[in-house]
Design a binder for this molecule. Structure first.
Ligand code: NAD
Ligand code: UGA
Length: 427
């Protein structure tokens, strides 16, 4: 099949690579000229394990192309997949400005039958609204079907998640259109849920809100563990052994960040409010997540309380999670900003990024960051940090104190090296 993908971001690029790998001919387009020019030269503008290899392989075998000319490929391909951003607007709703931009081009382009697949995360009712918009702009309804096909990949494991998804959700008005989309994924061994468009749109928001809820829940339980000197790791393990609950997303730490949980929790809240429904649980999830950074801030200031003036803080990690270069809504950065506001000198290191942050000094390696530091905060669980040379780290630091923002270090190991270990819910 010939597929035109609109938007060469984390979702668009990953989906383009996997669909090309399946055997389709994929034309991935973006308005960002610099991005497309790099992609045409085989330079991948984002970090995602395995993505570069899959993209270049499929470029070489003539299955994957990048271009800025959306109109041309929309007109030529029977399948058009939309993967543009839907960031948070000021009022918490999903900002549909990029989707509207795509509709404007689509309305000028559709002259032959199209299946338009919505991959971006969008509010319930978007497919119906798009249909009305296109018709309103003069497009013959018999020429297109809009299908909702939400994406569930995680950054850092995007390829693996796309090749081995837990499920593929397809929401369509006509079963024929749903089957056409299902056929695109014919080589993937997974379960398919064919449903209506509204349900598909809601499944995406509800999934993200539920995962965010699990994280805030375990972070609150970690607070109880702190108070009773119980170990959250054991509690979490015991909870997760119940198959009705499941072991995943019960890892306590600095809380969730990223381009999706914060914005999608807000958007779900907004669509509920628009219908007069107050989501008490979702509000609480947000509140717990916001305060999680302060829990750490208090632990840090409490530990530094005994130290001389202007203690130096080393922070390892800036991305919102490991194995990505994405810093959108990163809790690591939220914490750094609060530390700076409190007047602490912050020396930071991340394997991939060094964003401009007032009063944060970026170091060229993790060891440089800890030189003469009074405390080390591990804010992102990058694999390299877990394998650090703790002997060297201890020798470089002024005071051997580690704050584990992701509860990801082996407490007894770092304690053996002589560090004071501070996590959440770790006695
Ligand atoms: P992104 O910001 O990385 O990429 C979006 C791309 O769309 C950008 O490169 C932008 O230039 C391009 N774009 C905007 N308007 C365009 C237009 N009119 N024509 C062509 N290109 C255009 O976004 P992302 O992280 O890939 O997310 C895309 C969507 O997928 C969002 O709705 C998001 O919620 C959802 N989603 C994201 C993830 C994730 O892990 N990032 C996972 C699942 C779902
Ligand atoms: C999340 C979802 O997991 C994907 O299914 C979804 O497709 C995506 O959002 C989206 O809609 O964009 P992502 O944000 O890439 O994926 O990464 P996650 O692995 O879910 O992590 C999100 C945040 O939660 C990170 O900051 C991570 O550190 C944190 N987290 C995760 C925890 O604090 N505890 C956990 O147990 C799990």
């Amino acid at each position: 099949m010939d597929i035109c993908i609109i938007g060469a971001g984390y979702v668009g690029l990953t989906t383009a690579a996997v669909l090309a790998d399946i055997g389709h001919t994929v034309y991935c387009t973006d308005v960002d000229e610099d991005k497309i020019s790099k992609l045409q030269q085989g330079i991948i503008p984002i970090y995602e394990p395995g993505l570069t290899e899959m993209i270049t392989e499929n470029q070489d075998r003539g299955k994957l192309f990048f271009d800025t000319d959306s109109e041309r490929y929309m007109a030529a391909c029977p399948f058009i997949m939309i993967a543009v951003g839907t960031p948070s607007a000021k009022n918490g709703s999903a900002d549909m400005v990029y989707v509207k931009g795509v509709i404007a081009v689509l309305s000028q382009t559709i002259r032959s039958p199209k299946v338009i697949i919505m991959k971006s995360t969008v509010p319930p009712g978007t497919a119906d609204w798009m249909e009305a918009e296109l018709q309103g702009q003069g497009v013959d309804k018999r020429l297109f079907e809009i299908v909702s096909n939400p994406e569930f990949l995680r950054e850092g494991t995007a390829i693996e998640d796309t090749v081995h998804p837990d499920r593929i959700v397809i929401g369509a008005k006509q079963s024929e259109a749903a089957m056409k989309v299902r056929e695109l994924y014919h080589t993937l061994q997974t379960q398919f849920l064919i449903t209506d468009r509204l349900e598909a749109e809601l499944i995406k928001y509800a999934s993200n809100a539920f995962l965010a809820t699990k994280i805030s829940f375990i972070n609150e339980i970690a607070r109880i563990c702190d108070a009773y000197s119980a170990d959250i790791m054991e509690v979490s393990k015991g909870i997760g052994m119940d198959q009705r609950i499941g072991a995943k997303f019960l890892h306590a730490g600095l809380g969730y960040g990223g381009s999706c949980f914060p914005k999608d929790v807000n958007a779900l809240n907004y669509v509920a409010r628009a219908k007069g429904i107050k989501l008490n649980l979702v509000q609480a999830v947000k509140k717990v997540n916001r305060s999680q950074v302060d829990i750490y801030l208090n632990k840090i200031t409490h530990s530094l309380g005994k130290r001389s003036n202007k203690p130096k803080i080393a922070v390892w990690g800036a991305t919102f999670k490991e194995n990505t270069d994405d810093i959108r809504y990163s809790q690591a950065i939220a914490l750094m900003k609060k530390l700076v506001r409190k007047g602490y000198p912050v020396y930071a290191y991340d394997p991939l990024v060094s964003p401009k942050l007032s009063s944060v000094v970026w170091c060229s390696n993790p060891y440089e960051a800890v030189e003469q530091a009074d405390i080390l905060v591990l804010a992102t669980a990058w694999p390299a940090f877990l394998k650090a040379d703790w002997y060297k780290v201890k020798a470089l630091m002024k005071h051997p104190v580690i704050v584990d923002g992701r509860n990801c270090l082996d407490k007894s190991t770092v304690e053996k090296y002589g560090f004071e270990y501070i996590g959440v819910g770790r006695p």
